[in-house]
Structures are given as structure tokens and as C-alpha cells.
Design a protein around this ligand. Structure first.
Ligand SMILES: Cc1cn([C@H]2C[C@H](O)[C@@H](COP(=O)(O)OP(=O)(O)O[C@H]3O[C@@H](C)C(=O)[C@@H](O)[C@H]3O)O2)c(=O)[nH]c1=O
Length: 188
């Protein structure tokens, strides 16, 4: 029996992974990650790091973040408390959906995760106070390779559902995309 339902988003490789819950009178059990099953959804590398974040206030935006090649990473983003509006942005050079984004609501209740492939930027907005996210990463954190794009760049046109209540000082400094930016070359 499959533990996950995998749904396409319209951007190649960016997928929604919905966890099946095995419930009984005590509550439920759901599998957060399964190397064997998720390989067919595109997660074909070891998990090398797991991060946990807590965000206090509704309306907060974190992102848009990525790591430059050769440190490009996949992330599986899961919400364990509250509700977030989670965004994947295609930055792959040559992709037919270059600079397109998709968003999906992730919540503790709906059991969905977003599989962010290599070559994508990721960000989210909290839809409730008190949100916790769990990130599985396929590559180690590489501070020198961190990249960011402005979450409010009109060229990207990301439609945040709420007025933005808070961003980090670092995120506010991220640039807008320029015409010279032709994307991330994952083979470099
Ligand atoms: C991402 C990261 C940050 N840090 C440090 C750097 C800094 O001192 C502190 C907080 O980092 P940040 O401000 O970048 O945290 P945050 O803005 O929450 O960064 C996260 O944003 C979302 C959108 C993502 O997609 C994640 O991969 C990650 O980039 O933690 C690590 O030690 N390891 C890590 O993997």
C-alpha cells in the first residue's frame, strides 16, 4: 500500500506529496519520508540534513532561497504546525517554465509536503501564527553558495495571500531578477 499520493504541479519535477494517515482510536501514524517510494517522485538522493523552523507570526515571509551549483539541493518541505503558503520557483537554465512558480498550502492538518527540486528557489508565507516546518535536504548547508531573490520582485509576481507582516533583514536585501540572469546551470 502506497503511503503517499503524488500530484504534479504543472512545473516539471515540482510535486506535491500527500501523506496517507493510518488512523485508529489513539490518533494516526503517517510516514514523513520513504526513500524507496519517493524515488519515483524524484527524490533519488540521500537525505543529508534535516532542519526545523518555527515562525511566530501570521503573514511572515521567508525566501526566496536556493543554493548555487554545485551545492544545488532538493528539499522536501513539511508543515508540522499551523498553515503556510509554500512556493517553488523554477530557476533552471533552459527550463520551459523558467521563472514560473507554483504554490500550495501546507498544513499540519492536510498532510501535504512540497518536493522542491534542484535548481528551484523556495519560500513561504505563514497563514497562521505559530508555524513549524521540517525540511529534508539532499545537500549540506553551504553558506557561501546561498542565493536569494526578492520575494516581492514584480517580475516574479509571486502572489502572497496576506499582506507581508515580517521578513528578515537578509531577505529584504535580496535582489530582483535581472535580464542577464539566465538561470542556474545544474551541470556546472
Ligand atoms: C538554511 C540554514 C541556515 N543556517 C543559519 C544561518 C542563520 O544564522 C540562521 C537562520 O538562517 P536563515 O535566515 O537563512 O533562515 P531561513 O530564512 O528560515 O532559511 C530557510 O528559508 C526557507 C525559505 C528555505 O527554503 C530553507 O532552505 C532555508 O533557506 O541559521 C544554518 O545554520 N543552516 C541552514 O541550513
Amino acid at each position: 500500500m502506497s503511503r503517499f499520493t503524488v500530484t504534479e504541479t504543472g512545473i516539471q519535477d515540482l510535486r506535491v506529496i500527500e501523506r496517507r494517515r493510518l488512523g485508529d482510536e489513539r490518533g494516526f501514524l503517517s510516514r514523513l519520508f520513504c526513500a524507496e517510494e519517493l524515488a519515483s517522485a524524484g527524490w533519488d538522493q540521500p537525505v543529508v540534513q534535516i532542519n526545523h523552523t518555527w515562525t511566530q507570526a501570521r503573514g511572515t515571509v521567508r525566501g526566496m532561497h536556493f543554493q548555487h551549483p554545485p551545492h544545488a539541493e532538493m528539499k522536501l518541505v513539511t508543515c508540522l504546525r499551523g498553515r503556510v503558503w509554500d512556493v517553488g520557483l523554477d530557476l533552471r537554465a533552459g527550463s520551459p517554465t523558467f521563472l514560473h512558480w507554483r504554490a500550495v498550502e501546507l498544513s499540519a492538518d492536510n498532510g501535504r509536503a512540497l518536493l522542491i527540486p534542484q535548481g528551484f528557489a523556495h519560500g513561504f508565507q505563514t497563514l497562521t501564527d505559530d508555524c513549524e516546518l521540517l525540511y529534508l535536504h539532499s545537500a549540506p548547508y553551504a553558506a557561501q553558495a546561498e542565493g536569494g531573490l526578492s520575494a516581492t520582485d514584480p517580475t516574479l509576481g509571486i502572489e502572497w495571500p496576506l499582506p507581508i507582516a515580517l521578513q528578515s533583514a537578509r531577505d529584504l536585501r535580496h535582489p530582483a531578477v535581472t535580464e542577464e540572469f539566465t538561470g542556474l546551470d545544474l551541470h556546472s
